[in-house]
Design a protein around this ligand. Structure first.
Ligand code: GTP
Length: 596
């Protein structure tokens, strides 16, 4: 297919506005997937993605659209995730495109991630086509959505496409707009090869699979290629596209998107953002991507300490598939050997933990997430601390700094008061309140990131009945009066439960946390005392009374099945219990701080 009949595009949207559903319809209407094979959210390959209904990894599929008899266009669709935690994936995907469909839910309007994604698209000079989705819903308000697209985003919306991805309305018009409005790719087919790596993962059959956008030249089996950043060379064994199943081809040409395999053993040899060239050629590297840095840190430990080697292997394998998290070995007096991991956000953290447990059949405990603090010591040294257990002796500390973000909160005006209270409670500094339209407001606050990591997002959603949305960026480190709070169980400090808190809030936090721990730690055969302390000062205390009788005593003489059930229940409950000293502590205890 000639280059002028190729279109590379992405679908961008706020989470849940209907990207994956629209992608499904495009797959269907172009015949890439027959009705029989169709299943919902076809492109979400990971089970976890399908269950949670969110897209995690970007996927690229090739579709053929026969506009008129004999006039066939090649459409390369790159699906992207919508959640804040995954915006680095969006930005990578967009670099392989010339255009983007901007999906806006007609019942919700423009939200924080809609705008954030538009900025990413504009940075990549993409042609943006507004698509108003879910017009079938009774609460859909097309006119209002159009106004928001014009006023908030600044895109003309009179030609916005009106679609119901769910009911298949307006899909043909979407294809037409892609062909009409998105420019074809540029790039010489005869020039020396330059291809941008925009994703790579390990596949047990093919080895490392590399997703590329060919910028110039061509890629074909048998070719000798070199990765510019490492200088390593490989011979291409396969090239192809997902259509949507993997299909091999003779070659990929300038302007196209597809995958290659080249007997690469390690994903780290196919670094995302790298440039592939011919082994012997001297060409300049393509502009890559920003380095991805984790922002939230937590410990991950096996419940059964003997599983550490399995956890190590699992983490290494999973990392090859998701290099956006980081890991290093950590030892905890309470939890033994494990890993300190860094994530893009809380959702990312949950997903990594869940994938480790499911895909590698591990039973894990994770500790409360923490941000990275900077501590200036009296002796002039500066430490970066992402693990409260490593907090230095308060006597040696000169100053503590914590990361701040600027948050943009989009909300209908009814929730303004509640959201301002929330931001104030989280030590926020108000910067601006803007009316975007008479009904919609954007609130701009500077907030300590540590407060946002906790339960900010959940609270924001519940206070606004799901209507408010959040986007944020880092604005740097600021001095803050922070102290380390220790939790003692029967007088023993449990390092994995320590946390960093603002001094003014330490007392309340301590009291809440201790009473929450009392709720989640099961009664034992002996008395358990839980204390919160700052240095040697105890600020809160609770007591769990000892168990009097064995649970089974209750069904003494009762029927056997009931007894069995009880025993099973107990066993089930044990799964996530970690013995610390003699006290058994459940996973919830480590995350209790998120709930206070
Ligand atoms: P992420 O992949 O998590 O970013 O979400 P998404 O934007 O891909 O949204 P998805 O396609 O998963 O749709 C979210 C929900 O909206 C699903 O329950 C869909 O069934 C529903 N939905 C999508 N399009 C329409 C539509 O046109 N009308 C109605 N009524 N519901 C829709």
């Amino acid at each position: 297919i000639p280059q002028e009949k190729i279109r590379n595009f992405s679908i961008i949207a706020h989470i849940d506005h209907g990207k994956s559903t629209l992608a499904d319809r495009l797959l269907e209407i172009t015949g890439a997937v027959s009705e029989r094979e169709m299943r919902e959210q076809y492109l979400d390959r990971l089970d976890l993605e399908r269950e949670r209904g969110i897209t995690i990894k970007a996927q690229a599929v090739r579709l053929y659209y026969e506009r008129k008899k004999g006039e066939v266009y090649q459409l390369n669709l790159i699906d992207t995730p919508g959640h804040v935690d995954f915006s680095y994936e969006v930005s990578r995907a967009l670099s392989a495109c010339e255009g983007a469909l901007l999906v806006v839910d007609a019942s919700q309007g423009v939200e924080a991630q809609t705008l954030a994604n538009v900025y990413l698209a504009l940075e990549n000079n993409l042609e943006i086509i507004p698509v108003i989705n879910k017009i079938d819903l009774p609460q859909a308000d097309v006119e209002k959505t159009k106004r928001e697209i014009e006023e908030i985003i600044g895109l003309p919306a009179e030609d916005a496409l009106l679609v119901s991805a769910k009911q298949g309305i307006g899909i043909k018009e979407v294809l037409e707009a892609i062909v009409e409005k998105i420019p074809p790719p540029k790039g010489e087919r005869d020039a020396p090869l330059r291809a941008l790596v925009f994703d790579s993962w390990y596949d047990s059959y093919l080895g490392v699979v590399v997703l590329v956008r060919i910028v110039e030249g061509k890629l074909y089996p048998g070719q000798k290629i070199r990765f510019l950043s490492t200088g390593k060379t490989f011979e291409v064994t396969k090239v192809g596209v997902f259509a949507p199943e993997a299909t091999t081809l003779d070659a990929l040409y300038a302007g196209e998107v597809g995958f290659i395999a080249a007997s690469i053993k390690e994903v780290r040899d196919a670094k995302i953002g790298d440039t592939i060239t011919e082994a012997s050629a001297q060409v300049e590297a393509l502009p890559g991507f920003k380095e991805i840095k984790p922002v939230v840190f937590a410990g991950i430990f096996p419940v059964d300490s003997d599983d550490f080697p399995e956890l190590k292997e699992a983490i290494e394998k999973l990392w090859l598939n998701d290099p956006a998290f980081s890991y290093e070995v950590e030892t905890s007096a309470a939890l033994g050997f494990g890993f300190r991991c860094g994530f893009q956000g809380l959702l990312h953290m949950e997903i990594v933990q869940e994938r480790l447990e499911r895909e590698f059949k591990l039973n894990l405990i994770s500790t409360a997430p923490s941000v990275k603090y900077r501590v200036r010591l009296r002796n002039g040294k500066e430490l970066e601390i992402e693990n409260p257990a490593e907090w230095p002796d308060p006597g040696t500390i000169e100053e503590v700094l914590e990361p701040y973000i600027q948050a943009e909160i989009y909300t209908p005006k009814e929730y303004l008061g509640a959201l301002i209270n929330l931001c104030e409670e989280k030590r926020g500094i108000q910067k601006e309140i803007k009316y975007l339209t008479p009904e919609r407001i954007v609130l701009i606050y500077e907030l300590p990131f540590s407060e946002v990591v906790m339960d900010f997002y959940d609270k924001l959603k519940s206070l606004s009945r799901g209507y408010a949305s959040l986007d944020y960026q880092f604005i740097g480190y600021r001095p803050s009066d922070l102290v380390k709070m220790d939790i003692l169980i029967n007088k023993q400090p449990v390092d994995a439960l320590s946390l960093i808190v603002h001094r003014e809030k330490a007392y309340y936090r301590g009291r809440d946390l201790v009473s929450k721990l009392k709720e989640v730690i099961p009664r034992q055969l002996f008395e358990v005392i839980i204390q919160a302390a700052i240095g040697s000062k105890i600020i809160a205390r609770e007591r769990i009374a000892p168990l009097r009788k064995d649970v089974l005593a209750k069904c003494y003489g009762g029927d056997v099945t009931r007894k069995k059930k009880l025993l099973e229940k107990q066993k089930e409950g044990k799964k996530r219990l970690k013995s610390i000293g003699q006290v058994e502590i459940p996973q919830e205890a480590f995350l209790a701080v998120l709930k206070i």
